[in-house]
Design a protein around this ligand. Sequence first.
Ligand SMILES: C[S@@+](CC[C@H](N)C(=O)[O-])C[C@H]1O[C@@H](n2cnc3c(N)ncnc32)[C@H](O)[C@@H]1O
Length: 197
Amino acid sequence: MNKIISFVKRKIFRINRDRWNHQYNKGLWDGLKAMDELARFSVIVGYVKFLKPTQNGHGPHILEIGCGEGLLQQRLQSQNYDRFVGTDISDLAIQKAAADAGDGKCTYLVADMDTYKPDGQFDMVIFNEVIYYSRHPLKTLQRLATYLKPDGLLIVTINDHKHSTELWEAIKDGFSLLDEATTITSKGKCVCKVLRG
Ligand SMILES: C[S@@+](CC[C@H](N)C(=O)[O-])C[C@H]1O[C@@H](n2cnc3c(N)ncnc32)[C@H](O)[C@@H]1O
C-alpha cells in the first residue's frame, strides 16, 4: 500500500518531496559521495576558509540550501564554522545528514527553498548543485540573500549542461561577482561563483 501511495504522489501528483525521497531511498544520489564529485566541494571549502575564516575563536554562520545528506558540512569540518544550517526538500536526506552531523553546531531542516524563511543571518548562503530545482532561481537567490549579514556572500555552483549558460544569465543581473572557479573532473565541468549579496 505504501508503495502505491508513494507512486501516486511521485508520478501523478509529482510531489517534489516524494520524488526526491524515492531517489535517495533507491541510492540514486550515492554518486555525490564519490571522488569525481570532490573537486566542487573542495572549491567551496576553500572559499569558505579563505573568505570567512575562523578567527579569534569565531567562525562563520553558514546556510546551505539543498544540502542533501550533508556532504558539504562534513567536508568543511567543524572547526571552520560556528553555525551550520542545512536544508533540503527530502526528509530522508535530512535524516541522514542530521544523524551524521554530531557536533552540536549543525541544524538540519526539511524545507522547500522557494518558500523557506531562515532563522537568523548568515555569513554565507550556499547553493551547491541545487538552484536548477527552484521554480524561480533569481527570485529565490535574491530572497535568501536578504538573510545574509552586511558583508555576507552567496556561493552558487552549476554543473555544465545545456541550460547552464541561460541559468547564469538569469542570475547575473541580480548580483555582482566576487570570484569564480571552474572544476573539471572525469565526470564533468562545474562552475562555482561567489556573489555579493
Ligand atoms: C543534485 S542534489 C545536490 C545535493 C548537495 N547539494 C550536493 O551537492 O551533494 C540536489 C538536492 O536538491 C534538493 N532539492 C530539490 N528541490 C529542492 C527544493 N525545492 N528545495 C530544497 N531542496 C531541494 C534535493 O533533495 C537534492 O538533495
